[in-house]
Design a protein around this ligand. Structure first.
Ligand code: ARG
Length: 483
């Protein structure tokens, strides 16, 4: 016969109220233990903080607290050793741990759930778990930024064509190009830290939905769990209905993660293009590529391609989570159990992708403490590409403007010059001074400076421009920021 105080009889029925046991299919359909056991450490940490507070406010005795602590320590050890027996019958990570605790320490285990519900428990667990994952992700974002900065430092004077519409536009430094991604990943880091602040708030004490009749000290629990702001002030969810039900922090996180993946996907697309025979700008180490089963000459950029593909997967999780929330009335609904798998997969995919990219871009540290095996740059191929497509045409227009011609007129003059050069199969810098002067008499011998790739690049020295002097400033700023 089912009893209402024995968790391990739940497979029969929840309590005396239920007249029949759950069917096997329903049990499988509703259980989450095989994926939410991943929250076990967070669950135990939350339980320890809750129990310590229950003892401090006099809801449980000191002996009960000691028993709970002992039991939970043993459970943690069993889980780490792979010896814990997870039971589908016990539905989720919370009931599995609580049942085992009661088995180990008796009544003290049954007192742990005083003033608590699985609703505020699970919301706390996910927040704790995600907060720590965000910290790891922020570190990985830093590693990737550092890898990009290192490659940039070696390639300030390497020129490649900058594109708009994937048409040659103006010459830019390869370092400048890489630092564009550093900016993206730096904003991604800001977003992650911003999400972290809203994730790191305590739901516990909200109980099932309305709060609890016990005199719980929520601020104490928040402090114990490190749910504090920069000033050390405890951060509590301030409305119990909201605390147990909303998963907006998980949606925000997945949105921030999607943006990281989108940035990685853009970089991937460039690497794939740059590695193609038609560009030949870079090579990545062989271990990030694969061969073809039929074409012996192939080295395919699988890692960037997969990263581009996995971006769809993470964006899909964002769609899943945000749709999960839509239409849920207050307060907790079982729908929310579906938040975990997309969230876990987002974290796993993002962390693996960041790790692999940091190594693919920056290389590995060898025995001598130097990095090797990062992306290899073919500066000649980049330069040759920059010399095609009249990348310095704007510079000729700017030259004429500085000699007094209105910009629109200068634009027109240069269009004629480009047309003539195209017919002759020459670059603008290869036209003779006489030919150039035929387009505008103001042109003098000093025009060849701006018409060179170096001249063009070096002249763009506004803050954020591609001039080496400006890149040096940016590199200094990033180094100071990243260490
Ligand atoms: N496994 C559940 C989840 O992930 C825990 C909360 C269950 N609460 C409930 N009232 N059934 O959301």
């Amino acid at each position: 016969m089912a009893s209402n105080n024995q968790l391990d009889t739940k497979s029969q029925a929840w309590s005396a109220l239920f007249s029949e046991p759950m069917s096997e299919l329903v049990k499988r359909y509703t259980a989450s233990v095989f994926f939410d056991k991943r929250l076990s450490s967070a669950d135990i940490r939350g339980s320890l903080a809750h129990a310590e507070m229950l003892a401090a406010v006099g809801c449980i005795s000191g002996e009960d607290l000691a028993s709970i602590q002992r039991g939970l320590a043993q459970i943690q050890a069993e889980i780490e050793a792979g010896e814990f027996e997870w039971q589908l019958d016990l539905e989720d990570v919370h009931l599995n741990i609580e049942a085992r605790l009661t088995q180990l320490v008796g009544d003290a285990g049954k007192r742990l759930h005083t003033g608590r519900s699985r609703n505020d428990q699970v919301a706390t667990d996910i927040r704790l778990w995600l907060r720590d994952e965000i910290d790891l992700i922020v570190d990985l974002l830093k590693d990737l930024q550092l890898a990009l900065v290192e490659v940039a430092e070696r390639n300030v004077d390497v020129i490649l064509p900058g594109f708009t519409h994937l048409q040659v536009a103006q010459p830019v430094s390869f370092a400048h190009h890489l630092l564009a991604y550093v900016e993206m990943f730096s904003r991604d880091t800001e977003r992650m830290l911003d999400v972290r602040a809203r994730t790191n708030r305590l739901p516990l004490g909200s109980a099932a939905l309305a709060g609890t009749t016990y005199p719980l000290d929520r601020e104490r629990v928040a402090r114990t769990l490190g749910m504090v702001d920069a000033q050390g002030q405890p951060q509590l969810c301030q409305n119990s209905l909201d605390a147990v039900s909303d998963r907006d922090f998980a949606i925000e996180f997945t949105s921030a993660a999607s943006l990281v993946m989108v940035h990685i996907s853009r970089l991937s697309e460039e690497l794939i293009l740059w590695m193609s025979q038609n560009f030949g700008f870079v090579k990545i180490a062989d271990r990030f590529t694969t061969g073809s089963s039929i074409m012996p000459q192939k080295k395919n950029p699988d890692v960037p391609e997969l990263a581009r593909g996995k971006t769809g997967r993470v964006v899909g999780h964002l769609m899943g989570l945000i749709t999960l929330m839509k239409g849920q009335p207050l307060a907790y609904n079982k729908d929310n159990q579906e938040d975990k798998e997309p969230l876990f997969d987002t974290v796993d995919t993002l962390k693996d992708t960041l790790r692999i990219f940091a190594e693919m871009v920056g290389g590995q540290t060898n025995a001598a403490g130097q990095k090797e095996g990062g992306i290899a740059v073919n500066a000649d191929a980049m330069r040759a590409a920059a010399q095609k497509g009249y990348a310095t045409a704007t510079d000729l227009a700017d030259y004429l403007v500085k000699k007094g011609l209105p910009f629109r007129d200068a634009h027109e003059v240069v269009a004629h010059a480009v047309k003539t050069a195209q017919v002759q199969g020459l670059d603008l810098s290869e036209l003779s001074l006489e030919t150039l002067q035929g387009f505008d008499a103001r042109i003098e011998a000093d025009v060849f400076g701006p018409l060179s790739l170096e001249g063009s690049m070096g002249a763009r020295a506004t803050i954020g421009g591609t001039a080496p002097s400006q890149i040096a400033e940016q590199l200094k700023r990033h180094r100071a920021r990243l260490g």
